[in-house]
Design a protein around this ligand. Structure first.
Ligand code: NOJ
Length: 511
């Protein structure tokens, strides 16, 4: 039996409205609210290069790519990447070409604090970010800073990284340096990018640095410490800087949507949601705080069966629950795709080995029939975005949401109609949720330009601008999607059929 959810998705994928056999035409041109802001996003290791320049020290991605180069799909690294360390003025020029309201980028901790600690602040690192921020502000482009986008100083990793509870203080010290130096001009702060990817992929598996592969244990230690570090940075901003600097601070979570495979899997899909992004959203955005009850119960029960004297999921004390709850002014959301979930007897075989998926006892997968991008995870299911935004609204009392990433990968090329189609469908799904009351305030495309896509190196391209990695200048050329995105920003309208009549990029006056 197929559930309503599945039926709906198949129907929408066929382009048939649920009312009958008609192509969706109701929303050919849709308006964004006047106050809505548009941007684009990047992250330090993925674009900056200058990996050992002007006093920057080694981070975990430098270490991984230098010691195990071919763990990366094309054996590449971020030593030069897009060379934004030198080409930031061109980056700002692209922001102006597109007409961005804001630009989301991250700070490199080891560029600012080469010893990892605030005993020595690297003036050249501070200067680089000052230059970038000032160049953006010259043209009214609002900076949105992510403090941590995956490039932990290597030395901190050697001391356990996110599995060491002292990281709460290390991160707080670093955050304070950032508020102190940039907070006079930066009004949007994001503490962490995608905790799930940091902890599950980096500590539980081998799919991100530091590739610890300590399933069902290290990833949960990481989760608690990361949430506490986030909350500490939030409280520092709130208590020491908010009044004088007048900005907002939040966290960015990655969240997929999960359909049940059949009606019998509805509970399983809801539980996967709690494990996957509820793990980070529940402690911060729910009224009760703490890890989701289903995680606490399941992991405690499995741990006992496996002979552990206590749950592998660390506990929060009542004071810690209060400290983390409410510690975000907005819900930063990175969303790309959707999965289907099933649960059956075949999943009961791994009981003796601690693992995240064994703890949740459910299996997410994607349909091979879904349209897809170059990245294995990137299936095109816009209805999932609508459902996700609806769920966030309903579960967490309609928090302000910024879409801090959404985008589509190809293998390169300037005519990227698939990317354009993806953006249109996902923006339209977002507007559907907003029509029903979701408080979405802004949207950032991932990414303004191609960049180092972690384990996939430069093989998967997410850019509105193509980057030529063969040229020493790392030449950036607008793709067709850049012209379409620009038109959306200029008109504040989503026109499903607009065709750019030029491939020459210009800067509109007044921006
Ligand atoms: C999420 C991450 O934040 C970003 O670094 C990555 O490149 C994109 N997803 C695309 O995979």
């Amino acid at each position: 039996m197929i559930s309503n959810a599945r039926l709906f998705v198949f129907i929408s994928l066929l382009g048939i409205s649920s009312a009958g056999n008609i192509k969706v035409s109701r929303h050919d041109v849709r308006k964004f609210p006047d106050s809505f802001v548009f941007g684009a996003a990047t992250a330090s290791y993925q674009i900056e290069g200058g990996w050992d320049e002007d006093g920057k020290s080694e981070n975990i991605w430098d270490r991984l790519t230098h010691t195990e180069p071919c763990s990366i799909a094309d054996c590449s690294n971020g030593d030069i990447a897009d060379d934004s360390y030198h080409l930031y003025k061109r980056d700002v020029e692209m922001m102006r070409e597109l007409g961005l309201d804001f630009y989301r980028f991250s700070l490199s901790w080891s560029r600012i604090l080469p010893t990892s600690f605030p005993d020595k602040v690297n003036e050249a690192g501070i200067q680089y970010y000052n230059n970038l921020i000032d160049e953006m502000l010259k043209y009214n482009i609002e900076p949105m800073i992510t403090l941590y986008h995956w490039d932990l100083p290597q030395k901190l990793q050697e001391m356990g990284g996110w599995s060491n509870p002292y990281i709460v203080d290390w991160f707080a010290d670093y955050a304070r340096i950032a508020f102190e130096n940039f907070g006079d001009r930066v009004k949007y702060w994001i503490t962490m990018n995608e905790p799930r990817e940091v902890c599950y992929q980096g500590y539980g598996t081998v799919t991100k640095a530091p590739r610890l592969n300590i399933q069902g244990i290290a990833e949960y230690m990481c989760a608690k410490n990361l949430l506490m570090a986030h909350a500490k940075a939030y409280h520092i901003y709130n208590e020491e800087y908010r009044q004088s600097q007048n900005g907002v601070i939040g966290i960015t979570l990655s969240a997929h949507w999960y359909y049940p495979e059949t009606d019998a899997d509805i509970e399983a899909a809801a539980e996967v949601i709690e494990f996957e992004w509820g793990q980070y959203a529940h402690p911060i955005f729910s009224e009760a705080g703490d890890f989701p009850p289903v995680m606490r119960e399941k992991i405690a029960a499995k741990s006992a069966e496996q002979g552990f004297p206590r749950s592998r999921l660390p506990e929060f004390t009542p004071e810690e629950i209060d400290y983390v709850r409410g510690s975000s002014d907005f819900f930063g959301l990175n969303h790309y795709s959707t999965y289907i979930v099933y649960r059956n007897q075949s999943l009961n075989n791994y009981h003796n080995v601690p693992s995240y998926y064994d703890d949740m006892n459910a299996a997410p997968y994607q349909s091979s029939e879904w349209e897809h991008g170059a990245s294995s995870f990137l299936k095109v299911v816009p209805d999932g975005f609508y459902r996700l935004l609806t769920d966030i609204r309903e579960k967490y009392n309609n928090p302000p949401v910024y879409i801090t990433e959404n985008g589509y990968s190809t293998y390169g090329g300037l005519i990227d109609d698939d990317r354009i189609a993806y953006y249109r469908k996902y923006l339209s799904a977002m507007l559907d949720a907003m029509d029903e009351g979701s408080d979405v305030r802004g949207y950032a495309a991932w990414s303004i330009m191609d960049n180092f896509e972690w384990m996939q190196g430069y093989t998967e391209r997410f850019g509105l601008y193509e980057v030529d990695y063969e040229s020493p200048e790392r030449t950036r050329t607008p793709r067709k999607s850049a012209f379409v995105y620009k038109q959306i920003l200029r008109t504040r309208e989503l026109d499903m059929h607009y065709e750019p009549d030029t491939n020459v990029m210009t800067i509109d006056e007044g921006k």
